[in-house]
Design a protein around this ligand. Structure first.
Ligand code: BDR
Ligand code: CA
Length: 325
């Protein structure tokens, strides 16, 4: 697996997201990292409905001064049963009430699953997928077009939690809670899955003075990120807001900044109180009873991060002057 060079990442990426305040910061960051080429952005129902996710994504790409990257609307509902959105966290519009100017961008006339398929099929080198919403689009992709998996180098999933419980209920993290069947399919069938769960999602914070620096900056991308982070801090009642989904993206670019280990992992689909919970087997192989079901997939769990380095990369990306389209 190639190690990404600190100064010069060289990476082709697809982002599958449910924009969302923290997904929005992720997009603003992604387009500020030289050497990272975002091949496509695919949208999924999650934090808010998929049409709002598409609208938010296109508007954020404007603020990011992103090139004309294809954006596609994806699955409008989870695979098996409806679940609540997260507008109580992200606001009715998904961006904490921040209204973006009208955009001249439009989604491509393709379903997200088809955009994923065509983009991966056309790729001439391995692609990293960063998934920061429910995994519905990817589950359909791997079910319908398993051949694209060979084009994927790594999937970094923001979802689940290895050892700290849930946020949507006592045991389930929101992205897995929203579509547990999709999460189970992607963990079981996806290639080289890295789990960026609540264990680390909540640990990386952005100091208030750095947020202020963003808010006061002249670049629209930095200002929007600062305003989003300010709102996220208020929502979670934190002076220093949690970085959220952006951490998963930064780990995809600089995996050497994460401490990880591989574990058999699955998703609970039937529990009376635990549907959507990620189940991570932390036992050592030599301690397993003979009846253990060893068919669960090995997933790479992110346990901790070089937080200072990540914050540095974040600020470099967000403060970088953008080339105007
Ligand atoms: C995840 O849920 C969403 O609300 C956030 O965007 C993030 O992807 C955290 O549980
Ligand atoms: Ca998200």
């Amino acid at each position: 697996m190639p190690i990404q060079d600190q100064e010069h990442p060289d990476l082709d990426v697809i982002i599958d997201c449910d924009t969302g305040t923290d997904d929005a910061v992720e997009l603003l960051t992604a387009f500020g990292i030289p050497g990272v080429r975002v091949l496509a952005v695919t949208c999924v129902d999650g934090n808010v409905g998929v049409d709002a996710v598409v609208r938010n994504t296109l508007g954020v790409l404007d603020a990011a001064d992103a090139p004309d990257v294809p954006v596609a609307r994806g699955c409008p509902v989870p695979l098996a049963q409806p679940t609540p959105d997260a507008s109580w966290v992200h606001g009715d519009n998904g961006l904490g009430g921040i209204a973006l100017p009208e955009t001249s961008r439009a989604a491509v006339p393709l379903h997200a699953v088809e955009l994923l398929r065509t983009t991966l099929t056309a790729a001439d080198r391995p692609v990293t997928v960063v998934a920061t919403g429910p995994l519905t689009n990817l589950a359909v992709l791997f079910t319908c077009y398993p051949e694209v998996k060979e084009k994927i180098e790594r999937i970094v999933v923001m979802g689940g939690s290895a050892a700290v419980g849930g946020n949507s209920d006592a045991t389930a993290e929101f992205n897995f809670f929203h579509d547990p069947e999709a999460a189970e399919i992607v963990l079981r069938t996806g290639p080289n899955v890295w789990l960026y769960g609540l264990d680390v999602f909540n640990s990386v914070t952005v100091p208030a003075e750095q947020v202020r620096k963003l808010v006061e900056h002249t670049e629209p991308a930095a200002r929007l990120a600062g305003n989003l982070l300010t709102g996220m801090g208020k929502t979670w009642n934190r002076v220093d807001p949690v970085l959220g989904d952006t951490g998963a993206f930064l780990v995809a670019v600089w995996p050497e900044l994460a401490q990880v280990s591989a574990h058999r992992t699955t998703v609970e689909l039937h529990g009376a109180y635990t549907r959507g919970m990620s189940v991570v087997d932390r036992r050592a192989d030599e301690d397993l009873p003979p009846y253990t079901d060893t068919s669960w997939s090995a997933v790479t769990v992110v346990w901790s991060l070089d937080e200072d380095a990540l914050r540095g990369r974040l600020m470099d990306a967000l403060l970088r002057p953008r080339a105007r389209r």
